[in-house]
Ligand binder design. Sequence first.
Ligand code: ADP
Ligand code: MG
Length: 437
Amino acid sequence: MDNLRLWHKFLETIKPSIGPANFKTFFPKTLLKSIEGDKVIISTPHAFAKETLNQKHLPLIEATFEKLLGKKVHVEFIVKELESSSKPEEDFFKPIQTVAAVLNPKYTLENFVVGPSNNVAYAAAQAVVQHPGTSYNPLFLYGGTGVGKTHLMLGIGNALLSKNGHLKVIYCSSEKFMNDYVTAIQEHKMGDLRRRYRMADILLIDDIQFFSGREGTQEEFFHTFNELQSKNSQMILTSDRPPQEIAKLEDRLKSRFTGGLMIDIQSPDFDTRVAILRAKCAEQGNIIPEDALKLIASSLDSNIRELEGKLIQILQSLKAQNLSASSENIATFLGQIPKKPVVSDHKQVLSIICSFFDISLKDLTGPKRQKELVLPRHIAMYILSEELRLTVEKIGQVLGGRDHTTVMHGRDKMKQLINKDREMQRMFIEVKQKIMS
Ligand code: ADP
Ligand code: MG
């Protein structure tokens, strides 16, 4: 367990026994600094916190660590180095959310599996960790459900926190921001709301598409945004679509959101799905044969959350029946023989696509570029590549001698469309079913 994770566990464990008032007063801005042998060092925001924790709560703190680490430890407190510009005394009586307790330490950059669908976003994440608040502000991540937006965003937050544990990181869903705004108005506490959000060094807002149509919230957020940007606080926003496509979003926000770095995360390809499953198994100490992982990966093709859910479900059900996690048992569970296309021949695939769209093979593989032909062509490129695993060169060849870069472009375009456009997704699934059944 790394220090951040351990600290998170510690906070969770001590919270009920120390009581909410004490917790709020003393634990924001404290951090597990180091553990060496049996010596645990906790950094505190100032001398007052240090003294109080030491005099009043030391036995409980040591007992809590003992419970978590399974050994006796001596806890010492230090006053943090003055690395952040805020005045601790001033903030002290208005504690903001405890940073470490808010970010889920499960999501890190280390356990984010990188593949062609997300490598650009991952590189941007690294850049933000290197230079927060400068060039990529805001970082706007968008993509379909379960592709890893929240994971990547929190991964950045955690990486920044492990570089500097005193950063004020605020993570919230867009609903939370909206609710806070509404409550602040009702209770006449706009000042508090502003202070809270505008003091952030790092502000992470998830699923910002829900700001759609919320005029008051948008207005408030616009000013928060400007203030944070002007003091170089890093902002990361996620959304299920790019800003231009969020309905009822003020133009000035659209232009703010597009003004930093905008990146989409796409659905993971087969190899990445396998790699993610492999990583999730390893994390939990489960051993599953490679071909079984492939079976699971091929049973679902876009949503990683569902993929993970399926993995857990399989493991639990095998365990309940006292069965080993062998490929045979997993295949049985999935209720299927490995899902290979029934046709393994590209000619058949093309002919199924042609009959589905009611076009001729000559048109599909020919030079004409009408919309009615381009879409089926792109679908063909995508299926031949993802399902039949033909090389892009080969695909170019069977589609009437097209260049491999054209094929790559068409395939990726299709992937993106399927990811973004529900109508397209439905149609694609229909075509695929014809090919697979
Ligand atoms: P989103 O916010 O895009 O809907 P999440 O970030 O919540 O998706 O991801 C859904 C689940 O899939 C999470 O459990 C997350 O850990 C996992 N996940 C997504 N992408 C990856 C990845 N590249 N590597 C490892 N796990 C991932
Ligand atoms: Mg999310």
